[in-house]
Design a binder for this molecule. Structure first.
Ligand code: GLU
Length: 323
């Protein structure tokens, strides 16, 4: 049985970019008769707001999407909200620690900037951690732990992994090029990388479809799957939606949120029609529902580059530039 998911973080209202990804992930599963799971990624509670959880679910339903398992409908793989899954992350962390994959990192933010080496390849969007704390002795660790609570880093393996992406194809990458990464922050919060792998494995997700901005996380996640002795899913990274000037549409532009469009009288079918057009599933913008697209869904027709909302799309969805 194929199983896919949509995993929004409730840090703001659902925007057109999130809606695009949600519709694609839903279509990918519905077109093969697979299960679709909704998981709320509220691991970083300081950044999440609980009222967005209900709102995101309502917006998704209003667009015409449904899910077989999720926070409101339950299911055999719950809980479906990360804030309720901390014991699972703790257990995985313990497993990694016992197997020798983790080390404490005492670097401060300022030091991290100072010691970061040049960004590299697939990981070019962030500086690489030098590995400075990897080789501290036990005595040094003990002494530093008196002063400061460390974060925990995962030793990225110096061994090529293959990222199999249904849209982008096969990419070979050495996870160490991105440097050792944090699995638990100094304040005790588990990292996105750890939580997402633990959850996708526990929820038996076979197909991860998400935005292309997360492509650079795939090699790290594959290394975590391997270290935990789990089989990685296949990935599909769909293009990001950008505005007419090539800028990424974000939650900061309120008019690009599903809620704002709905409030200004835009119909759900209109939004899904634009999404289908942007994805390359329809040649023109025609109002439609997600279920009408199921038969037409074909991953090979999807664009690989960022998809641009031209003036016409923006006007139809009543999205305005705010700056
Ligand atoms: N929670 C992440 C986000 O909202 C998505 C994580 C994922 O799909 O792997 O950007």
């Amino acid at each position: 049985m194929r199983r896919g998911r949509f995993a929004p973080s409730p840090t703001g209202e659902l925007h057109i970019g999130n809606a695009f990804t949600a519709v694609m992930a839903w279509l990918q599963m519905r077109s093969v008769g697979g299960d679709f799971v909704l998981r709320i990624e509220d691991i970083d509670e300081a950044r999440c707001r609980s009222h967005y959880v209900a709102q995101v679910m309502e917006d998704l339903r209003w667009l015409g999407l449904d899910w077989d398992e999720g926070p409101d409908v339950g299911g055999a793989h719950g809980p479906y909200q990360q804030s309720a899954r901390l014991p699972e992350y703790e257990a995985a962390l313990h497993q990694l620690q016992v197997a020798g994959y983790l080390y404490p990192c005492f670097c401060s933010r300022a030091e991290l900037v100072q010691v970061a080496s040049a960004p590299h390849g697939l990981f070019a969007d962030e500086p690489r951690y030098s590995g400075r704390c990897r080789h501290l002795t036990e005595a040094q660790r003990g002494a530093r732990a008196q002063q400061k609570r460390p974060s925990l880093r995962f030793c990225a393996p110096d061994k090529e992994v293959v990222v199999l992406d249904r849209l982008i194809g096969e990419t070979r990458v050495n996870p160490l090029d991105g440097g050792d990464f944090i699995v638990r922050r100094a304040d005790g919060v588990f990292s996105y990388q750890l939580a997402v792998v633990v959850d996708d494995a526990a929820m038996e997700i076979t197909d991860v479809l998400r935005g292309a901005d997360l492509f650079s996380s795939a090699p790290r996640q594959i290394s975590l799957y391997q270290a935990l002795g789990r089989r990685p899913p296949t990935f599909t990274h769909v293009p990001l939606v950008v505005d007419a000037k090539g800028r990424r549409l974000s939650k900061r532009n309120r008019s690009s949120t599903v809620r704002a469009m709905r409030e200004s009288g835009v119909a759900a079918e209109e939004i899904v029609g634009v999404i289908s057009y942007l994805a390359g599933l329809s040649d023109s913008i025609r109002p439609t529902s997600p279920s009408e697209l199921v038969e037409r869904f074909d991953l090979t027709r999807l664009h690989k580059r960022p998809v641009q909302m031209d003036e016409l799309c923006m006007r139809r969805l009543k999205i305005y530039e705010t700056f």
